[in-house]
Design a protein around this ligand. Sequence first.
Ligand SMILES: O=P(O)(O)OC[C@H]1O[C@H](OP(=O)(O)OP(=O)(O)O)[C@H](O)[C@@H]1O
Ligand SMILES: NC(=O)CC[C@H](N)C(=O)O
Ligand SMILES: [Mg+2]
Length: 505
Amino acid sequence: MCGIVGVVSNSMVNQVIYDALLLLQHRGQDAAGIATSHGSSFAMHKANGLVRDVFRTRNMRSLPGNVGIGQVRYPTAGSTSEEEAQPFYVNAPFGIVLAHNGNLTNAEQLKIELFKNDRRHINTDSDSEVLLNVLAHEIQQATTSYSLDPATLFGAIRRLHNRVRGSYAVVAQIAGYGLLAFRDPYGIRPLCLGISETEKGPEYMIASESVALEGLGFKFVRDVEPGEAIFIDEDHKMYTQQCAENPTLNPCAFEYVYLARPDSVLDGASVYETRLKMGEYLADQVRQQISSGAIDVVMPIPDSSRPSAMQLALKLNLEYREGFIKNRYIGRTFIMPGNVSRRKSVRQKLNAIGAEFKGKSVLLVDDSIVRGTTSREIVQMARESGATRVVFASAAPPVKFPNVYGIDMPTRQELIAYGRSDEEICREITADALVYQEVSAMRRAIADVNPRLSSLEASCFDGEYITGDITREYLDKLEWARNHPKARIEDGVPSQLNLNLARSE
Ligand SMILES: O=P(O)(O)OC[C@H]1O[C@H](OP(=O)(O)OP(=O)(O)O)[C@H](O)[C@@H]1O
Ligand SMILES: NC(=O)CC[C@H](N)C(=O)O
Ligand SMILES: [Mg+2]
């Protein structure tokens, strides 16, 4: 779940793209990049780090032009190296730069095809570089003259949808032509369109989340439809076309649980409202499992669980207190690469206010328990601060299955809920009791806010992979590759096992 943005403006876009990336920073903390075009040449700057660290004044000055794209990266394929920061660039045809949010499930197969049939060389382990080369190849195949028209572009996207599997929300820029955006036929990752009417004419922004549009004075127009492509040329004329044969809307449930900002509206549902609803349904579950009067106070684990915890407390008529304070200068721990940095950061990030715990029975609410890194530490901290009883509740159901669509949790072993009963998980995190949301209740919570969202991509909770190409064998290979990060180099691993994966440390 990276954050992506593309802008077509009447003036320089570097600052607006930078500001949009700051608003999308919660979607990726590993690397950031911006590419702009003036005339037929691109300027690009990308590096590892947070947006504020990657771009210095001199870098911003070197990004002229009125059209541009940007990305904040949370790696799910390849490595965390700087070479795999985005956007990616390819010089033919025309010159294209591309930024991708999502994860391809047939990247390795495509890489072989690209090399053997399309004579294209992929220089990194990134699935996004593969995606860019498929796009470039399909545009090249369809272009018969020296110029490019929207129909040709849409034809290329149609063929791309037939070749590529997995999740992809994309912004790309074609040198001298304009901005192209498209979304996979299942609509797994979010993408929306905004407009700003200026005296010089309309300006457009396409971004992962509506918060980027709103924060920068763009009016939300609509979400990009699953399978749809949008092309905005350099004269600011917009063309749109549905390019998939059977598009269906199946946004990732985890966006509503954790990934997206609560002030965003994704596919017609306010993330904040879905989290309130999850809190309401979780309250029902708590009522069934924990005897009334056994809890003195409800506390959120900052930040993402706040709306759910608040609503749960309201529904159960319990006191809501903030027992943990978050250091605002530490990023989100879940999207940090590697378990060591994730574990270390929980204590650095959250500190308990002793007085809130002393002699109390507390109900701690988090949005989700994935590896259990946060919950284990937090329960300990509550006890060290004097809590007499610690009950833990998760607004999302147990995460039991790997995610292959853009969340970095590809192996079953790393998931605390894999192969464990709720009682065993409770023991693992050393809580006195544990309450989980049910999968059906989470689905209901989101569909209550927008009935169009009755079909969610919720594979990490229910093991059903919407793209239909995820087999047991695929997951085994994925796991093997993650558990043998250096195998490719040292042991000459057969190429069919050579899956694209974000490597842990
Ligand atoms: O079980 P785990 O593997 O620890 O993952 C789950 C935790 O990670 C996330 O918090 P994070 O600190 O990333 O971000 P937040 O401040 O938005 O809650 C999430 O909100 C949970 O608290
Ligand atoms: N989280 C994402 O969207 C990641 C995009 C891409 N798969 C990468 O690893 O760079
Ligand atoms: Mg959290």
